[in-house]
Design a binder for this molecule. Structure first.
Ligand code: SF4
Length: 371
């Protein structure tokens, strides 16, 4: 197993209500969970389950599937039963699919208040069905589909408009005694999004699902999400996250996990501390860092490995890490816990680091606790 390391998170978490999305607790101090969404046709049960399995393997904890048609709704029961992680049905237009999803045993249902027109008359029935099945509802407000009434009132999807939409929708459920709710107020602009969640966090105690919507291709989307989530999580706001990328969903999960690890909201695993290289470098640092990263991929222990291009800052950084190399004169000085354990020719650096990493990992697992 993975040794538990005491982590000091970046901030005290905001106090929120707790809901259960299947076995995953969201809010109320539960660890921030990572979500993604399938890109397959949900009605294609095989392909969807295959993608869910890949997402599960990449560390995804909750998965959302779209449900735009009756065929998709019909597939939900099998998908919910066979998925290893809780499945949330994403319903945009048709209240009847909300009932179908609840009855199919989905772990939660996401509804979009802006899109579900005659929602008002259905809320009571939805609240009752959800309560009977213990199914939480995510109220997912989206800048792109904001209620026309609010668009008119505010002129555009401002933070205030997003929050008003979400709280109004929540109040409809509250009227029926239903509070098993989490909320998202997504926007593609990280500044608007951060302001919206900040406002929402002040005005309610519901757990919050963070997302920058339509964040873009991998590079841009990663940065937008990291910056926006960082701004919120560093103030304790956010209970579950989804990074939206125009890239395979497993990439979203990798980014999400890395964001949480960076903020100490999750135990760090392998961490490569490599220098940016400069005119002093005596080795190809990029290549070395890539090779070491590839060689150690999948290691579950919280290991810091320093890869340094020269002996100026190299030994200092390498000493701070569990393991490290400082290169110079065609050789690599290998450090373990601050001590030079050996000096090897450049061609042996990668394999020696991997060997030493395995030894340390084994020791960490034996000890149960790592520093
Ligand atoms: Fe440059 Fe050496 Fe620092 Fe790397 S460790 S950035 S090569 S001075």
């Amino acid at each position: 197993g993975v040794p538990e390391v005491p982590v000091r998170p970046i901030a005290e978490r905001r106090v929120s209500r707790r809901i259960q999305v299947g076995p995953v607790a969201v809010g109320g101090g539960a660890p921030v969970s990572v979500q993604s969404m399938t890109t397959t046709r949900t009605s294609d049960i095989g392909a969807t389950l295959q993608q869910i399995a890949e997402l599960t393997a990449s560390g995804c904890q909750i998965v959302r599937v779209a449900c735009p048609t009756q065929d998709d709704a019909d597939a939900l029961a099998t998908i919910a039963r066979k998925s290893q992680i809780p499945v949330i049905a994403d319903i945009h237009f048709q209240p009847k699919y909300v009932f179908a999803a609840i009855e199919a045993g989905c772990a939660a249902v996401r509804v979009n208040p802006g899109n579900i027109k005659q929602f008002d008359d259905k809320v009571k029935e939805i609240a009752r069905a959800a309560k009977d099945h213990g199914t939480p509802i995510r109220i997912g407000v989206n800048a792109g589909s904001l209620d026309r009434r609010l668009l008119q009132k505010y002129g555009k999807a401002t933070p205030e408009a997003l929050v008003e939409s979400a709280l109004w929708e929540a109040s409809l459920f509250e009227e029926h005694g239903f509070r098993d709710i989490k909320i998202s107020v997504k926007h593609n602009d990280p500044v608007v999004m951060v302001n919206a969640y900040t406002l929402l966090a002040e005005q309610s105690d519901y757990p919050l699902h963070l997302g920058v919507t339509e964040a873009g291709p991998a590079f841009q989307g990663t940065i937008k999400s990291a910056v926006a989530f960082g701004a919120l999580l560093s103030r304790g706001i956010g209970d579950t996250i989804r990074v939206s990328l125009s890239a395979p969903p497993a990439e979203e999960v990798k980014v999400g996990i890395q964001i949480l690890e960076s903020l100490n909201l999750r135990q760090r695993r392998l961490e490569i501390v490599s220098c940016p290289s400069c005119g002093r470098a005596q080795v190809d640092v990029y290549k070395l860092a890539d090779e070491v990263t590839a060689g150690l991929e999948g290691m579950e222990v919280p290991l810091r490995v320093a890869v340094m291009g020269c002996v100026v800052n190299g030994p200092g950084e390498a000493r701070e890490a569990d393991l490290g190399v400082a290169s110079g004169n065609g050789k690599g000085q290998i450090f373990v816990k601050g001590e030079v354990v050996k000096t090897v020719p450049e061609s042996k650096i990668v394999e020696t680091l991997i060997e030493e990493a395995m030894k340390i990992a084994e020791q960490m697992e034996q000890d149960g606790v790592a520093a």
